[in-house]
Write a protein that binds this ligand. Sequence first.
Ligand code: ITT
Length: 209
Amino acid sequence: MRLVVATANPDKAAELGAILEEELDDLVELVARPQGVGEVEETGESLEDNARLKAVALVAATGEAAVADDTGLEVVALGGAPGTWSARFAGEAATYADNVAKLLAVLEGEIDRRARFRTVVVCRFPDGTEIIGEGVVEGEIVPVPRGFGGFGYDPVFVPEGGGGRTFAEMSPAEKHELSHRGLALRCLAARLKQSKAAAPASSPRLPTS
Ligand code: ITT
């Protein structure tokens, strides 16, 4: 089965490819997002809405099945923000460094540093059916960035179970083992395999929500 990777973020696409290739090597052939496809506006209210918008747009553009990931950082002391605004926390054209700087500034002096990453992945088929996976990792925001791996908020996020290291201080494999994206994609992969086993001669057919 061919699966178009819907994300326009190359860091996310690299992680998604590495994880899905490990989980579904024999089942899917991942196809890069075609260059000509414009940016998809993320106007949904939830991660699932936004992941679906991206997946549907890529199915429409290519006529093939597509997989999209939407991820948010939810900080407890900020009432769950930035959430769906994580890419634009410091403004429309914000860089990763801008977003991290804003996060550290708004949390300055805050004792409650709890946060979680949440990822929702939607695998959408041309017939309108889809399969969804979700992954959440709890952790905390450290006041000083550490490490050079990963991307985005990784230098300031210490996941539970990681021995006190930030995601940016881990190898890609260590991050994927614990991460929101690893959990969401392994959930998706298990459901894809299940649906393949239930209907070996056709595409998975789960009702859309
Ligand atoms: P697409 O919409 O094209 O997929 P995006 O970068 O806008 O790309 P998201 O809305 O899902 O993707 O991600 C929001 C931001 O959250 C992203 O730009 C990063 O700053 C951050 N982020 C996502 N995944 C992350 C991860 O694994 N580690 C650290 N930060 C992450």
